[in-house]
Design a protein around this ligand. Structure first.
Ligand code: ZN
Length: 313
């Protein structure tokens, strides 16, 4: 019998996995969209969607295996950007069920009894495109995906890469209706001082905790060292375990988000950080009460291995 995520968090840090879409883009299985459009504006059509789950399942299975071997205790099903809204703009609107079910099935197959499987739920991009008036529609799309993930049998949810706290709140409402344990992490750009609708990290943490998340924190956009100050603000604001899944890309003092740097998405190798940054992150996680530590974009299995060794030393 596998331990639940709540049980694992009591003896953290729980070791998460890394980023799937960027790694699979490098391997040739995911479309960044950069051949057609300006990526990173949030207005694109097809970039970084998870149809690899049905088009090249062996590639996704292999990456799950690599993370498991590296020490991941949780595999995230590749359901990021898997709402009907985002998949529809990429031309996969009629395969929403198929893609979400396939992604969960693959993760569960690799995880077996050795890891938990989380359903990944991200922002819709509707708020970036259409503003706050789109929130009710975003909520419907997120709620639909969460129902699919529950039906597919995920152990818990990770709500991640939300730039607006308002959209995170509707996602947390939908997650609460599902009854699934939920980890919630915001993303901060262009600076770590506030999210896109103006709330500082501590306030984001309190709101996510009050709405029922079992761990709260941040993911993506910054490398671990750049993310630590915002995590410390969150640490001081809530009593829950923190969750952190930083990116493995270097940012600048003027811009704390790699998706706003000119290297995104076609020249990311130029800002890749070394894996010992994740060794230090592992030490920090253990010493500073980060209960769930993994990686996001740019973080492959080598980084997770370094993180796991340091966090469990
Ligand atoms: Zn990311």
């Amino acid at each position: 019998m596998k331990k639940s995520i709540s049980e694992l968090l009591r003896n953290g840090p729980v070791i998460g996995d890394g980023g799937y879409l960027i790694e699979l883009e490098r391997r040739g299985y995911v479309d960044s969209g950069s051949g057609r459009e300006q990526v990173g504006t949030g207005r694109g059509s097809g970039q970084f969607t998870p149809e690899v789950a049905i088009e090249n399942p062996d590639a996704l299975r292999e990456l799950h295996r690599e993370f498991l071997l590296a020490g991941s205790q949780v595999l995230q099903a590749l359901t990021f950007f898997g709402t009907r809204e985002k998949l529809g703009r990429a031309g996969y609107g009629s395969q929403v069920e198929e893609i979400n079910f396939a992604a969960v099935r693959l993760a569960k197959e690799v995880a077996g009894d050795r890891a938990l499987v989380a359903g990944s739920v991200s922002r819709t991009q509707l708020v970036e495109r259409a503003g706050m008036d789109a929130l009710p529609t975003a909520r419907d799309h997120i709620a639909e995906q969460i129902r699919l993930l529950k039906e597919a049998g995920v152990d818990f949810l990770i709500l991640e890469t939300f730039f607006h706290l308002a959209e995170m709140k509707v996602a947390l409402e939908a997650a609460a209706e599902s009854g699934l344990p939920t980890i919630a992490t915001m993303s901060f750009r262009p600076l770590i001082t506030q999210c896109s609708d103006g709330h500082p990290p501590a306030e984001c943490a309190r709101v996510m905790a009050d709405m029922g998340a079992i761990a709260v924190g941040a993911n993506c956009e910054q490398d671990p060292a750049r993310m630590m100050p915002l995590l410390r603000e969150m640490r001081a604001a809530v009593d829950l375990p923190l969750a952190a899944q930083p990116a493995a890309f270097r940012t600048t003092d003027e811009c704390h988000s790699f998706t706003r740097l000119r290297e995104f998405p076609d020249n990311l190798e130029a800002i890749q950080i070394p894996r010992d940054a994740f060794t230090e992150f592992g030490r920090n996680a253990k010493n500073e009460g980060i209960g769930y530590a993994g990686g996001c974009c740019g973080c492959n299995a080598a980084y997770i291995r370094s993180l796991a060794r340091a966090a469990q030393a």
